[in-house]
Design a protein around this ligand. Structure first.
Ligand SMILES: Nc1ncnc2c1ncn2[C@@H]1O[C@H](COP(=O)(O)OP(=O)(O)O)[C@@H](O)[C@H]1O
Ligand SMILES: [Mg+2]
Length: 353
């Protein structure tokens, strides 16, 4: 069942179209991420869902209920949407105790004293903050402050949790730990999540589905697996996971890597769609390349870096290069050696898209 639904949602700021005809449906209990580079319209979208920003066009629904529609001049105010919200900055009130930070929105909603105590205590327990209830949030670490913000959002018992880069100001170790805590809380409370991030590994780890956005335009909406395995276009391919692009040009009827005297090997025959392009890209993931024999794609090792479990090779091919990542247990060539590459799964792209 669709829980939150955006229909042709568009937001313009003057001449800038921050969000362009966005359609999406988030199911009940789903963790849905919006992923894209800075400035692509993620925060604007979340603010429209929250009710902080009006729409230029389109409609937003929760279940069957319309909550935003410029056409009908209707906006349900943010406080009536009852969404939980956590933002990147540590938005806690330093002059209130941790307990009061969590209880405050419940007091504003005029819940009974016993209900306020129960919900506040539950939320503090779920976020491991019971022992810090009397402290000032100013004395907590960044992770602690974000837990307070999470607890405050949880206490209102939201159906939908809106999270805008909530972990990006934390250090990497804590960031990873808190991903799991958010998933645990979701299981416990059952809310749907709309999660905004520019960090693809965070989106992959957390989400049931990911929306990849570029300049306000949806590029793909799919599971993490499909977005990685079947990227809709070159942008998605390059934004998710590690990627290699080698520029190829036709010379006669043979495809040559730019600056290389040797044409691509036969097992890398470009698909027909590349025939009309003057130049195009051969793309692959560094982890999906093997060192092959004489008949592979020829290149010279220019760098070999030990990264622990994996070795990262940089291979120069004509004027371009490809990275290859292999287990340190796999034998590989040395710097300066010529090698043949076999691409397990080549992708082909014309133009920049
Ligand atoms: N209040 C505003 N006034 C004018 N332009 C804005 C405003 N808010 C956002 N924008 C513009 O809208 C675009 C999308 O911004 P934003 O939604 O913040 O992106 P993201 O969260 O993906 O980094 C950007 O070009 C940004 O400059
Ligand atoms: Mg943002």
């Amino acid at each position: 069942m669709s829980h939150v639904r955006l229909v042709n949602v568009t937001k313009r700021f003057g001449l800038v179209t921050a969000v362009d005809s966005l359609n999406l449906e988030v199911s009940k209990g789903e963790c849905f991420s919006m992923l894209g580079p800075s400035g692509c319209g993620k925060t604007t979208t979340l603010r429209m869902v929250a009710g902080f920003e009006d729409l230029s066009e389109g409609e937003i629904y929760v279940g069957d209920r319309l909550i935003s529609s410029p056409g009908k001049n209707y906006y349900l105010p943010p406080e009536k949407r009852d969404f939980g919200m956590v933002f990147q900055a540590f938005a806690v009130w330093p002059h209130l105790s941790v307990y009061e930070n969590v209880a405050f929105p419940l007091r504003v909603r005029k819940l009974s004293a016993s209900e306020i105590e129960k919900r506040t205590t539950d939320a503090l327990r779920s976020t491991n903050l019971l022992n810090a209830a009397k402290d000032s949030p100013a004395d907590l670490s960044g992770g602690g402050k974000q837990r307070v913000a999470l607890a405050r959002a949880l206490a209102i018992n939201p159906d939908v949790m809106l999270l805008d880069e909530p972990l990006s100001s934390l250090d990497p170790h804590l960031r990873e730990e808190m991903r799991f805590e958010i998933k645990d809380l979701q299981r416990q409370y059952g809310f749907s999540i709309i999660y905004v991030t520019h960090d693809q590994s965070e989106a992959m780890a957390l989400s049931d589905r990911i929306l990849v956005m570029k300049l306000g335009v949806v590029q793909q909406i799919d599971t993490p697996f499909n977005v990685y395995n079947d990227p809709a276009n070159k942008f998605v391919f390059s934004f998710i996971g590690l990627s290699n692009f080698l520029e190829i040009a036709w010379s006669g009827d043979k495809p040559f890597p730019r600056g290389s005297g040797a044409p691509l090997p036969l097992d890398l025959t470009p698909p027909d769609a590349m025939r009309k392009a003057k130049t195009f890209s051969l793309a692959s993931r560094p982890s999906e390349i093997d060192f092959g024999g004489e008949d592979g794609l020829r290149g010279v090792v220019t760098r070999k870096s030990f990264l622990g479990e994996i070795i990262d090779y940089q291979i120069k091919i004509g004027e371009g290069e490809m990275r290859v990542q292999k287990s340190r247990r796999t034998p590989g060539p040395q710097v300066g050696e010529t090698c043949g590459l076999s691409l397990r799964r080549p992708f082909w792209y014309t133009g920049t898209e």
